[in-house]
Design a protein around this ligand. Structure first.
Ligand SMILES: [Zn+2]
Ligand SMILES: [Zn+2]
Length: 347
């Protein structure tokens, strides 16, 4: 039997925390559910999920549909698209059956790449290897989740670049239906017509747009700031996400005032996070942050308190506090500007 390998190469960097990662998780479940009741897909489709943040990981190896269970998605720090692509190429080498003189191998693998940001690793070597050895033998569909991706970078590895403009629940759900429909039509065409090319479903009625990277470069500045906190009470870890908000200054149209508005705070699995992170921290001036969440682990009132060591932790009613990162103890009330800084919004 010739299999149709479908790879999902998914960005799970910190900015995906919250709604986007929840939607991707939900979307993957819906895709598998719908493909399982499709006779053509059931016959040919094999699915694999590879995630990347600072590092890459094969979450689900290439598996036939009826045995496939959508995994739980972790998040990590960093966006190493190069590492993600390397993991994909390694897996294609190991799992996809090549066509030889004697036997017909698998159908051309289809890769759906979902990303919401720009790579921060040196991806050039991986891109070069991809273009030389794999690109002709695969169909790679790159999808920018939101308008924060420099699509010129993606255009170095594929011609098929799509932009999902809105990233609310409804847009995501329509988008995943489109992915499902595209996989279904492709599996019909390989079964019935022996045609080894991807057939994308029409995008009418979806917030999905094919991008010409020469016309569209995306907004290349980062739209999110994500802080990595540790709960003082439980020692569990969490992420606090802020969205960038710029407003032109009156009379100074060249300039704009920028601040970061709170999106939410989310507990994370410390080990999964560490395994996927590149360890490159980002320093942020907490004065630009608007709004402070309660701690998502213990409910303490102040979820963003910064220690001198750079660590973020939670603080409640108690007057004496210990930084769960470095162990420094301090009285919040008598901390000068050199001591513990509380983010703006606490007054
Ligand atoms: Zn806490
Ligand atoms: Zn500390």
């Amino acid at each position: 039997m010739r299999r149709l390998p479908i790879y999902f190469l998914i960005d799970v960097s910190e900015s995906m925390v919250g709604t986007p990662i929840g939607q991707v998780q939900e979307g993957m479940r819906a895709i598998i559910q719908q493909l399982r009741v499709d006779p053509y897909a059931l016959e040919t489709v094999f699915v694999s999920i590879i995630v990347f943040a600072g590092k890459a990981k094969v979450l689900s190896p290439l598996t036939e549909l009826y045995k496939f269970y959508p995994p739980v998605f972790p998040v990590g720090g960093g966006t190493s698209l190069g590492a993600g692509l390397e993991a994909l190429m390694r897996d294609i080498d190991a799992s996809v059956q090549k066509t030889t003189l004697e036997t017909k191998g698998d159908w051309k693998p289809i890769i759906f790449l979902f990303t919401d940001g720009n790579p921060n690793d040196s991806y050039q070597a991986a891109f070069k290897r991809w273009n030389e050895k794999y690109r002709r033998h695969c169909s790679l569909i790159a999808v920018s989740l939101g308008d924060n991706v420099n699509t010129r970078i993606l255009s170095q590895i594929t011609e098929d670049i799509l932009l999902l403009k809105q990233t609310d629940a409804e847009s995501f759900s329509k988008f995943f239906k489109w992915v499902t429909a595209s996989i279904k039509t492709t599996s019909v065409s390989v079964c019935e017509q022996n045609a080894d090319t991807i057939k994308l479903a029409p995008t009418t009625g979806i917030n999905l747009e094919k991008i010409d990277p020469n016309q569209h470069a995306g907004t290349t500045d980062e739209n999110f700031v994500v802080l990595h906190g540790r709960c003082q009470t439980t020692r569990n870890e969490y992420l606090v996400k802020y969205a960038k908000h710029s407003e032109p200054l009156k009379g100074l149209e060249m300039f704009s005032a920028t601040d970061f508005k709170l999106v939410g705070a989310y507990p994370i699995d410390r080990e999964a996070y560490a395994a996927l992170s590149d360890g490159k921290g980002v320093k942020i001036n907490t004065l630009e942050l608007v709004g402070v969440p309660t701690c998502p682990c213990c409910g303490n009132q102040h979820g963003v308190v910064a220690c001198d060591c750079g660590g973020i932790f939670c603080v409640g009613e108690q007057s004496s506090n210990e930084c769960p990162w470095c162990g420094m103890r301090g009285e919040l009330s008598n901390c000068g500007p050199e001591g513990m800084n509380i983010a703006r919004g606490l007054g």
